[in-house]
Each structure stands twice: as structure tokens, then as C-alpha cells.
Design a protein around this ligand. Structure first.
Ligand SMILES: [Fe+2]
Length: 287
């Protein structure tokens, strides 16, 4: 290949994959190269525009560290994370739907007992979250683990906000034989995804807002069942129809009912009035 030009470029690069011994890698790279070349042909970037793209990706990598994952944000805000999720989780009907993991999950959250609070600083509107983990026949699943994490009532995760104690608003709960779970927390609020990096600048340039509707994150799993990475969204939130990362599914929107009941609040160990949200997770058997 000595005459690499507009017409021969794609064929020339694809021919170089002939020695690739990993068929899946070859398939993926063939598609990536073909589509990337098609984008370049279609938009015809100037060299300056192409350098802007290179700089954007460079900055996206540079801002990443053990707590900040800008590439996940990029994937999320372009709808790619939800598309990958949709393709990989074509669940049997009745199973709880999945949504984005997001960039703020931390492994090794503290183990809690049912009824414990995950709010270490008590800041925000007291909230009671409860429900059951069940199979597709509605039978309770004992020994299910719920990995829970959420933002503060000010819309920041502990890893973003040095004023919060470490592991604030995170916890691991294990269900008993009745499949029930219940814990205390504070009502989450809608929040902007981080806007101080290249992805935030991209959203501004595209005329998009960075907001996510209020939600609590869950990964729910049990031996013998497919785990689900999902959210509980707060019904009534202003951003349910325009989530910056396209994560909302109607089945995951849950009423957080304001409850004014001094006796009940005392029973649950909450300040009155409080919010109460109830939602079941249904898991499909592992294939
Ligand atoms: Fe989140």
C-alpha cells in the first residue's frame, strides 16, 4: 500500500488486521475503523477541528483518577452506557430493569443491619426505604445483598465532597429468609454531573443541562440469580424526562411519600415528618 488516499484509506487499514488472531478483537476493530472513517468522510474536519477532538479526549483522560472517572461520564452523556446496558440486559418480563452504574460506586461499603441508617451526618430530610427482594414468581429471596449508595440532600457524593464523612450514604444490606429490606437515609436530591471537566464543557457547548433526577443507586444480587444494577428514582422530580445520562425507566420511579406521624417516626428512629419509599426488586434466575 503506497497510495493511501480518500478512496483506499479504509481498505488499507482493514487489510492490516489480517494477522489479528483474536476474532472478536478483529470484529470490533473492523467496525470501529469503518465507522470512524465514515465519520471523518461525512464531517470533513479541518486539522484544527481534529486537534480539538484529540485535546478533548486527552483532557478526558487527564482528569481521571481513582475517584474521578470522566470517560464513564462521557459514555453516559452520549447514551452509550445505557445502550450497552440495554443490549446486555434483555431481561425476562417481571425482572427489575437495570440502569447506569454511574461513576460514584465504591467497592467495600460498610455492612449494615436492616433498619440502620446510611446517613452518617444526618443532614437532609429523613427517609425510610423498604421493600422486598423476590424472584419472578414473587417468592422472597433470602441472602440477597443490596449495595446501596446515593448523593447527599445537597446533591454530592461523599467522594466529591470533603465535608462529608467517608462512606457517607453507602451501605451493604443482606436480606433474611423473608426477602425484606429496610433502612434509614435522607431524601436524595437531583444533582448535576460534574461540570468542571471536558464533559461538562461539552454539554454546555451542546446546549444541554447536566442534571440527573434524584435517585438511590442499588446493585442487588443473590446466589443463583442474575444481579441487577439499578436505581430508585424519586417520583415528581423535575428532571425525570431529561436525565443527562438517559437512565430513567418508568418502572424505577417510586413515590417518596411525605409522612407526618410522630409515633411511626419514633418507632422507625426518624425525625418527624419523614419520607417513605417502598419498592421491590425482582431477580431473574441465573442462566
Ligand atoms: Fe447517582
Amino acid at each position: 500500500m503506497r497510495d493511501f488516499n480518500e478512496d483506499t484509506a479504509t481498505t488499507a487499514v482493514l487489510e492490516r488486521l489480517s494477522g489479528c488472531e483474536d476474532p472478536r478483537l478483529k470484529e470490533i476493530m473492523t467496525s470501529v475503523i469503518t465507522h470512524l472513517h465514515a465519520v471523518i468522510r461525512e464531517v470533513g474536519p479541518t486539522p484544527e477541528e481534529w486537534m480539538t477532538a484529540i485535546r478533548f479526549l486527552t483532557e478526558t483522560g487527564r482528569i481521571c483518577d481513582d475517584k474521578r472517572q470522566e470517560f464513564i461520564l462521557l459514555s453516559d452523556t452520549l447514551g452509550v452506557s445505557m445502550l450497552v446496558d440495554a443490549i446486555n440486559h434483555r431481561k425476562p418480563s417481571g425482572a427489575t430493569e437495570s440502569t447506569v452504574l454511574g461513576p460514584f460506586h465504591v467497592a467495600g461499603a460498610p455492612k449494615k443491619k436492616m433498619g440502620d441508617t446510611i446517613s452518617l451526618d444526618g443532614k437532609g430530610d429523613p427517609t425510610w426505604v423498604s421493600g422486598r427482594v423476590v424472584d419472578l414468581d414473587g417468592k422472597p429471596i433470602g441472602g440477597a445483598i443490596l449495595d446501596v449508595w446515593q448523593s447527599s440532600s445537597e446533591g454530592a457524593y461523599d467522594v466529591q465532597d470533603p465535608t462529608q464523612p467517608a462512606m457517607n450514604l453507602r451501605g451493604l444490606f443482606t436480606t433474611g429468609p423473608d426477602g425484606r429490606f429496610f433502612f434509614r437515609t435522607v431524601k436524595p436530591s437531583s444533582y448535576p454531573i460534574p461540570t468542571d471537566g471536558p464533559v461538562g464543557r461539552m454539554l454546555t457547548a451542546l446546549g444541554r443541562h447536566p442534571m440527573r433526577p434524584a435517585h438511590i443507586h442499588f446493585i442487588v444480587g443473590a446466589p443463583g440469580f442474575e444481579p441487577v444494577t439499578t436505581h430508585m428514582f424519586v417520583d415528581g422530580d423535575a428532571y425525570l424526562d431529561s436525565d443527562a445520562v438517559f437512565g430513567v425507566k418508568g418502572s424505577l420511579v417510586v413515590p417518596f411519600a411525605k409522612t407526618d406521624d410522630e409515633k411511626k417516626a419514633k418507632e422507625l428512629g426518624l425525625r418527624n415528618p419523614f419520607y417513605a419509599a417502598e419498592h421491590d426488586f425482582a431477580l431473574a434466575r441465573a442462566r
